[in-house]
Design a protein around this ligand. Sequence first.
Ligand code: PHE
Length: 327
Amino acid sequence: MSDNNDALVEEAMAGIAGAQSLAELDEVRVQYLGKKGKLKSLQAQLKSLSPEEKREFGKVLNGIKQSIQTALAEKKSQLEESENSGPDIEAIDVTLPGVRALPGHRHPLATTMEEVKSILIGLGFRYDDYPEVETEFYNFDALNTPDWHPARDMHDSFYTTKGNVLRTHTSAFQTRAMKEFGPPPLRAMTSGRCYRRDEIDASHFPIFHQLDVIAIDENISFADLKWVLYQLASALFGEDVQLRFRPSYFPFTTPSAEVDVMFNGKWLEILGAGMIRPEVLQAGGVDSEKWQGFAFGLGLDRMAMIRHGISDIRLMYENEEAFLRQF
Ligand code: PHE
């Protein structure tokens, strides 16, 4: 009989220890100490015993009852404590820093493009997008670039299907705009990606960005071009900006100039410019006897690099977060 009793106590202890909640613990209590519990059925055996045996067994039963009650009470206060304190506080460390969503950053190319664009819109130029896959006609022929010109060499351009090329400069928009908008006056610009088969290094990348501008009207002169360029440069680099005009050659302008800006004690080339050649006006359907125009085109990558002190064009295209986060 005492073996059975030991087993009963062990069973009860395991039940108590395994209880996960106060409700579960109460079920265990009813199972052992309740009116129809296991201890009651043991007590029922008392009747059939002699007075001597009764006293002995009664003691044993009391011992069992007491140890179960003690274990129940202990477990009860344990469960009460953890149920009152809510979820496992060890699992939530409120002192840990949160996961912060990093704010987005505008790419220096995009901000530079938008700034140049908005200054020129302020000066009365319209903005439109033009095709990146361009015909050889608009990219070269219409711009007085005959087919023997080195710029047309396969090594400089990416050809797609026959007669089509990824535009090598945004100047390809010039005669398209003249045709599209009809008789002058016309003040127009575009910007976007250009493509050339360059070896990649710190200042060359096969994709780069340009912004091109044309103005066509009666009596437009080089002085008008200079005035617009000074307006633009002083808005970008400050009132006391210094520009330097160097004579140059482009097939589609004459006279032509390359323009440098004085920046941090150095002359840096920022754009090409000139008066639109009569051949180009004619290719755009504009009467070159009646109208004149100027054109200029600037490299946005270079402009962004100068303004932000970026030394390697490749950084502009790698989109590394650490680089972009600076802007
Ligand atoms: N398209 C020329 C270039 O890519 C720049 C330019 C534009 C020059 C307009 C004159 C007029 O270098």
